[in-house]
Design a protein around this ligand. Structure first.
Ligand SMILES: Nc1nc2c(ncn2[C@@H]2O[C@H](COP(=O)(O)OP(=O)(O)O)[C@@H](O)[C@H]2O)c(=O)[nH]1
Ligand SMILES: [Mg+2]
Length: 226
């Protein structure tokens, strides 16, 4: 039993209707990014998504076969909006060979473990290595210790995760999908850390391929950053 984020809802859909390319930009103020969750089965990935998107926690809902996506938009103080297209699996995390298909093109990967399970923390480290090797080069990685409400049964010290995240240049946070602790903060922090798009003004006239002096200057000015 666990959370299922594949239930019908206004802002959910089947994976087949989404482009497989991850991050894209509507304009400089409105970003749209692909976010994937990785981690052992049972650590609470689907519950985190459900809490973030619908504000719910339903420990009795059935796991649905197949993958789904949900989307949710975060508005930042600088008036930027980030629309997260969140891909959630229903068990594919058990098959490491399928993972590259799932995280291909993702702009953000949220790697989740359960603070009561050292095995899930080791597995999180495995996924981080995998993403560092095979994920998009500028992927934003977040390490999440979920089930923080079960602190009496904690077996992964926060400091271990803090140290690991620091060494790997990642953002770290402990959450509880059950109590909603730090769930919105997790996504807001990710939104703040996303690289902002830069635009290049290359102006070439398609018909006669001639450039005006001003256009040429622009081109030369921007070429080194392309
Ligand atoms: N106590 C507690 N249980 C949680 C939390 N998040 C998820 N769970 C429970 O953990 C189990 C697995 O959750 P699920 O989201 O299906 O895990 P997934 O396999 O990683 O998607 C379910 O029984 C949830 O009720 C949490 O923050 N606190
Ligand atoms: Mg799940």
């Amino acid at each position: 039993m666990g959370c299922s984020s594949s239930l019908p809802a206004r802002n959910s859909g089947q994976i087949g209707s989404l482009s497989t390319e991850g991050s894209s930009v509507s304009d400089s103020k409105n970003l749209r990014v692909k976010l994937v969750l990785l981690g052992d089965s049972g650590v609470g990935k689907s519950c985190i998504v459900l809490r973030f998107v619908r504000g719910q926690f339903d420990p009795t809902s059935k796991v649905t076969v197949g993958a789904s996506f949900l989307s949710q938009t975060v508005a930042l103080q600088d008036s930027t909006t980030v629309k997260f297209e969140i891909w959630d699996t229903a068990g594919q995390e058990r098959y490491a060979a399928l993972a590259p298909l799932y995280y291909r093109g993702a702009a953000v990967a949220v790697v989740v473990y359960d603070i009561t399970s050292p095995e899930s923390f080791s597995k999180a480290q495995y996924w981080i290595k995998e993403l560092q090797k095979h994920g998009s080069p500028d992927i934003v990685l977040a390490l999440v210790g979920n089930k923080a409400d079960l602190h009496e049964n904690r077996s992964v010290p926060s400091q271990d995760a803090i140290d690991y995240a620091e060494k790997n240049g990642m953002f770290f946070i402990e959450t509880s999908a059950k109590t909603a602790d730090n769930i919105n903060q997790l996504f807001e922090e990710i939104a703040k850390r996303l690289p902002r798009p830069t635009f290049h003004f290359l102006t070439v006239k398609p018909r006669n391929l001639s450039m005006s002096y001003i256009e040429l200057s622009y081109t030369l000015l921007w070429l080194p950053t392309m």
